[in-house]
Write a protein that binds this ligand. Structure first.
Ligand SMILES: [Zn+2]
Length: 175
């Protein structure tokens, strides 16, 4: 297969090669780099992976000087992007019997649970209940997304907590 139809670019940090859609594009302007969100700046582009890791390294780069403001613009997009991917993983597994959701079901299944995702806006009372159980049984837990976003995983209005019963999937989400 010839590569001409794929506009491949290289990350300026890790040297990874991918389709240019997978990168943030930055361009130099008067000695400083700015984030070219629309990929429209005429100057030669420099590309960087959409990962925390590469962005963090970029912030300390000796030659590519970029302001905290520009870095933040990318980091914020990254957060959204990652959150979405994460919820998409849960969504992909929603019919697999690997998940419990809602306070009652999660507490009922708690002995079989390996990982817990709580909404960032979970109510205080439920928060305390889940955290106490998680600590007691040594189950890792995180706060991720809003009740509404967790709800979307199961096509409900709101869900406060989703728990993973499958060990392998739990491990995949923790890493
Ligand atoms: Zn990279």
């Amino acid at each position: 297969m010839n590569n001409l139809s794929f506009p491949e670019r290289t990350c300026c940090i890790c040297k990874d090669k991918k389709d240019k859609k997978e990168f943030f594009r930055i361009v130099e302007k008067n000695g400083n780099y700015i984030f070219d969100n629309d990929q429209k700046e005429q100057s030669r582009g420099t590309y960087i992976c959409k990962t925390q890791e590469c962005l963090q390294k970029l912030s300390k780069h000796k030659k590519i000087k970029i302001s905290m403001e520009e870095l933040l613009k990318m980091a914020n997009l990254l957060k959204k992007h990652e959150k979405k991917d994460y919820l998409n993983i849960l969504k992909a597994m929603r019919n697999s019997q690997a998940l419990s959701f809602g306070i009652n079901m999660v507490l009922e299944d708690i002995q079989h649970i390996h990982f817990i995702v709580m909404a960032e806006d979970i109510g205080e009372k439920n928060d305390r209940k889940i955290v106490a159980k998680a600590k007691e049984l040594g189950i890792p837990y995180i706060y991720h997304g809003t009740k509404e976003q967790l709800g979307e995983v199961f096509s409900k209005d709101e869900i406060t907590v989703i728990a993973v019963k499958n060990k392998k999937i739990a491990r995949g989400l923790i890493n």
